[in-house]
Design a binder for this molecule. Sequence first.
Ligand SMILES: Cc1cc2nc3c(=O)[nH]c(=O)nc-3n(C[C@H](O)[C@H](O)[C@H](O)COP(=O)(O)OP(=O)(O)OC[C@H]3O[C@@H](n4cnc5c(N)ncnc54)[C@H](O)[C@@H]3O)c2cc1C
Length: 373
Amino acid sequence: MKVVIIGGGIAAVKTAMGLRGIENCQVELISDSPEVHSYSSLSQELYHRAPNLRELSISDIFADDKNIDVVIDSVVAINNQVKAVKGSSGNIYRYDTLILASGFGDGSPKYSVPGVEYFAYSVYSEKSLSELKIKLSCLIDDRSRKKIRVIVVGGGLSGVEFASNVSNFARTNFADKFENKTIEVELIESTNKVLPKLNDEISDKALKRLNSLGVRIYLHSKVKQISDHTVKLTNDERVADLIVWAGNINQNTLVSRYENLLKQKDGKVLVDKYMSAVNAPEIIVIGDAAATPYSGVIQTAIYDAEYASELIKSRVNKKSPKEYVPRQPEIVATLGKGWSLYISKNKAHSGKKGWRRRHKPENKINKRLRSLA
Ligand SMILES: Cc1cc2nc3c(=O)[nH]c(=O)nc-3n(C[C@H](O)[C@H](O)[C@H](O)COP(=O)(O)OP(=O)(O)OC[C@H]3O[C@@H](n4cnc5c(N)ncnc54)[C@H](O)[C@@H]3O)c2cc1C
């Protein structure tokens, strides 16, 4: 069987690892980036707690695997009738089974709001994140500056974490330069609550915590444009020294081109009980690309990858496959020192209790990520 995997993130790499040495199974992993694509929570990022996978070459991971080839190319077309995909290089890759692990956005994310690329630091771009840290340290270094104004756009997990931690991060890392200086943080969210994907009780807890940290919150506020130091809202304009984008990104370009072949909901591909795209059993969709109940976190991407490799093995061995059972991941968000939200099986622990438990899912994820190296 010839398996083509599209993607260079955790879901793609983990699936290929699960197919190592399988007889009668030749794998071609096509990624638009030579290194493993990975994100970590911004609080982990700021405090350097996450394992750094970014310099991990995908080709090196599979250098000794005879049945796995890594190709650096960007897939631009899928023809499921002839079972082939085409790369931007012009090369054609044929498959019996296609695994779509292309994530939600693109490797270089695209934004629907004008100005983000030029005037904001995006949490979706590694380059932008490291530039953000440099900009922050320059603002802190500037002794004539008494106040640093930060605007974070997007009240999801990343935005809430960043808004809660930026002040503490600056105080901890630049204590000597921080005298007589304040950081003012504003968080802008378009819906009616922070953490809009989580239940009201959890959102309320996060909101109270953000208030107690002095973060000013603007709900129901849609950003129309970002220009130099300015965030334009429908009826207002906010000014800042540092603008951080943790809002929406556009869906994956490849997926967006195939609305008929890949039926979609909110930019993610609908799948059946075997993780196949509806009406296309040859195409398995996993990780952030799939419209499963818990997609959007690393634990689900890893879980899906393990399911996908078992599914391929059952197809190779002509055994009947197991159905996919969605598994609820644990979620952790750290909102300033000593205070975390830890959500497991719909139960949320917050404050010090959450803080004490925060390492549980972080350690689990980090251990599994380190196993790639
Ligand atoms: C800022 C941020 C912080 C996060 N923090 C956490 C966290 O703390 N905990 C957590 O569990 N989750 C977190 N997440 C979510 C987590 O990163 C994702 O759930 C996970 O990375 C999904 O893995 P994936 O392999 O499905 O997709 P991705 O990691 O998005 O990988 C997709 C890969 O496919 C490549 N690709 C796309 N299209 C093509 C194409 N046409 N051809 C070739 N290659 C292509 C992309 O370049 C990329 O390398 C965070 C996400 C963000 C953005």
